[in-house]
Ligand binder design. Sequence first.
Ligand code: GLA
Length: 383
Amino acid sequence: MYSLRYILAAVLIAVAVTNAVDNGLGLTPQMGWNSWNHFGCDINETIIMQMAQAIATNGMAAAGYNYVNVDDCWAYSRDSNGVIQSDPTTFPSGMQYLANYVHSLGLKFGLYTCAGTETCAGRPGSEGYEAIDAQTYASWGVDYLKEDWCNTGNNNPVDLYTTMSKALNATGRPIFFSLCNWGVDNPWAWGPDVGNSWRTTGDINDSWDRFLQILYAQIPIASYSGVGGWNDPDMLEVGNGGMSNLEYTTHFSMWSLLAAPLIAGNDLRSVDAATLAIYTAKEVIAVNQDKLGTQGTLVKSLNQGDQQIWARPLADGSRAVVLFNADDTNTFTIQLNWGDIWLSPNQAMTVRDLWAETDLGQFTGSFTSATIPPHGSVMLRVY
Ligand code: GLA
């Protein structure tokens, strides 16, 4: 006879396994590339293959970018058995062929679907087809699924995303599950049981104002993000041309500090050296990928928010810091006090510039930056 305690433990384990996303993925924020921010619906298999080639050879794969993700507009119809078919004009070789090609370069392959009846661009969605779609993706060798939230009617996001989460688990293939319901139903509260990341806002666009809005929206929800399940403030716009390189450097610094997914969103066939240098900044990425997985947040704001200090603790006990000049016209120096980053004032600490990859020296109690231009930032590690 089994004891009551044994039965209770077995039930608890069973509940835990069936409710939680069970793929072992997302131990650090995902890194990769996605077609939407630059190409929108204007994609085809040649473009995706060229992006995969670029990532494999331009230093991005070596820097940690491994997912090549096709967003909306690849799906076209369902066959008589309900199996999803790719667009015959733009993806004539099919998604399995594309997955094989991406895998042959040592990279992983991601696809997009929508929890509703149709995607946001009007292609077939997964509602009612979760099990067959998950099996199809797994059979093609898909490693990552982003699931959007258009055309979902009165459905509850927890229900629809849980249905897909269980369908993915049931395939036995580890498939990273990226939820995309734009933060409207507090996905940070239930997302950790269902997926590996969840969008926290509506879409980003390639502008400073939108970047700032999304950045500030992350402050109240920082504590919900962590190992296995990440707040997703949306994909990167670095290299798309709407902001200056100084602004893109701040965008990338902040997304790294936030432990956000680092999903490049530009055209990698024509990437310039300055853009590539931002995407492959080794010590900045190391903060993003830190094993402790703590999302950084705003710890001090001065001068009506013009001078901001953002910080997070790292696994080795050091601190990552972004000193940010949010003003549109004035330059500032910014003083960091050890008390701002959970250190006692009389400690002597080394301050390292993570973009320059150089130590700036030893300081006791505080560190004052050089002059920071408007929209600029300094990213440091204090150890
Ligand atoms: C929504 C998502 C975007 C993108 C588009 C595709 O807007 O939030 O990231 O996937 O749909 O149609």
